[in-house]
Ligand binder design. Structure first.
Ligand code: C5P
Length: 397
């Protein structure tokens, strides 16, 4: 979403201003053109030259200084922006924007732009919690501004409280999400499952598998960035919670089935990237099983086959982790589970499958179309899957 987009990055006078350099750097590396506008007090915290060096673009600090092409026409940036992001946003800029004051270049740009606006507040906890600031934020939210809520943590004052600038990755994810509102899956409801289920044996042990959850999370993030309303149903993983995505946490296959069955009632698409256990212990021991006997036999029973059992009028995408006869086995699964698309991968390949950041998959559609993709990042694979989903959604419409 970021490539070739013009992002106006407003920086105001908070100690967190230095983090804006990281935001500018990540956006620039993702291919965006980043136009930085700094308030006077922001320049006390971080040098404009830093931002200029990172973005390769002139930095606007003064409405009346003619150093930048944008200073001449004070609303030029407002017109070229695909999105305006203010990070960090102080109580002062929030108050100014909520009343329409336009006494500096940043406030002018926000007032004049038709682009979506994102604010990432950062300030002292008392300033943030002050009803005046809260009212101003509510007012801006009601006007369509997107607020990336601050986090709780240690503030510059030494106090612990709400007011720390949100994580840079969360701010970037929000920018992607806002830009994605005009994406090719805008407004569609997509349910994605991820991670490996855990089937308890006793209170401390379970049967698990090696799924990292990375493929499912990549699908969820790609769908979010293309405008979808995403619900991620995840078995335990060590991955951070993705921004802008509703997450339901489950543990077992049975728990996942329940969550999926409830979610698909409103869904346009179900993408089952989770590695669901095929068997679960017949009964779960109430107390920790002792190692008194030389051997232990566990009676296992089949888990529900979620994809095969959950019915409804939505597009169904499944995965097939195979170690032999990949295409033939995947085609069989596509038939058996009545899928629209199956994503098959060879789990014996070191670059593919469990835990890797890359994946080499074969996409097979119900109409028999087989496409072998090269080794790609999981995010790129996710976008390829979604390209096919978009085609199916269009056909359905
Ligand atoms: O049959 P197999 O486990 O190989 O099928 C894999 C596909 O089926 C995956 O999309 C997986 O998420 C889904 N699955 C399921 N319920 C199960 C097992 C797998 O929905 N119990």
């Amino acid at each position: 979403m970021l490539a070739n987009k013009t992002i106006v990055l407003g920086i105001t006078g908070s100690i967190a201003a230095y983090k804006a350099a990281d935001i500018a750097s990540k956006l620039t590396r993702a291919g965006a053109s980043v136009e930085v506008v700094m308030t006077d007090s922001a320049t006390r915290f971080v040098a404009p030259l830093t931002l200029r060096s990172i973005t390769g673009r002139p930095v606007v600090t003064d409405m009346f200084e003619l150093a930048s092409e944008f200073s001449i026409e004070h609303i030029a940036l407002a017109e070229v922006a695909d999105v305006v992001v203010i990070a960090p946003a102080t109580a002062n800029i929030i108050a100014k924007l909520s009343t329409g004051i336009a006494d500096d270049m940043l406030a002018c740009t926000v007032l004049a732009t038709k682009a979506p606006i994102i604010l990432a507040p950062a300030m002292n906890v008392n300033m943030f919690e002050n009803p005046i600031t809260q009212e101003n934020l509510s007012k801006l939210k009601a006007r369509g501004f997107t607020i990336v809520d601050p986090a709780c943590g240690r503030l510059a004052s030494g106090k612990i409280g709400l007011g720390r600038l949100a994580e840079v990755d969360e701010i970037i994810a929000t920018i992607n999400q806002v830009l994605g509102r005009s994406g090719d899956i805008a407004g569609k409801r997509i349910v994605v499952t991820a991670g490996g289920t855990q089937e308890p044996i006793d209170p401390v042990r379970h049967i698990g598998n090696r799924s990292s959850g990375k493929m499912g999370y990549a699908v969820a993030e790609a769908a979010r960035d293309r405008g979808a309303v995403v619900l991620l149903i995840t078995a335990p993983t060590s991955l951070p919670q993705p921004a802008g995505i509703e997450v339901v946490r489950v543990r077992t296959a049975a728990g996942m089935k329940e969550a999926v069955a409830e979610a698909v009632a409103q869904a346009d698409v179900l993408i089952m990237a989770a590695a669901v256990a095929d068997y679960q212990p017949q009964s779960v021991a109430e107390a920790k099983i002792k190692k008194d006997s030389p051997s232990l036999t566990l009676e296992l029973i089949r888990t529900p086959d979620i994809l095969a059992e959950v019915k409804g009028n939505f597009i169904r995408v499944g995965f097939a982790a195979e170690s032999e006869d990949i295409v033939a086995n995947a085609k069989q699964k596509l038939e058996k589970k009545q899928l629209d698309i199956i994503v098959a991968n060879d789990i014996t390949d070191a670059d593919s499958g469990f835990g890797a950041d890359t994946n080499k998959v074969i996409l097979i559609s119900r109409d028999g179309k087989v496409e072998t993709l090269p080794l790609l990042s999981k995010r790129e694979v996710a976008d390829k899957i979604l390209d096919r989903v978009v085609g199916l959604l269009a056909k359905k419409a």
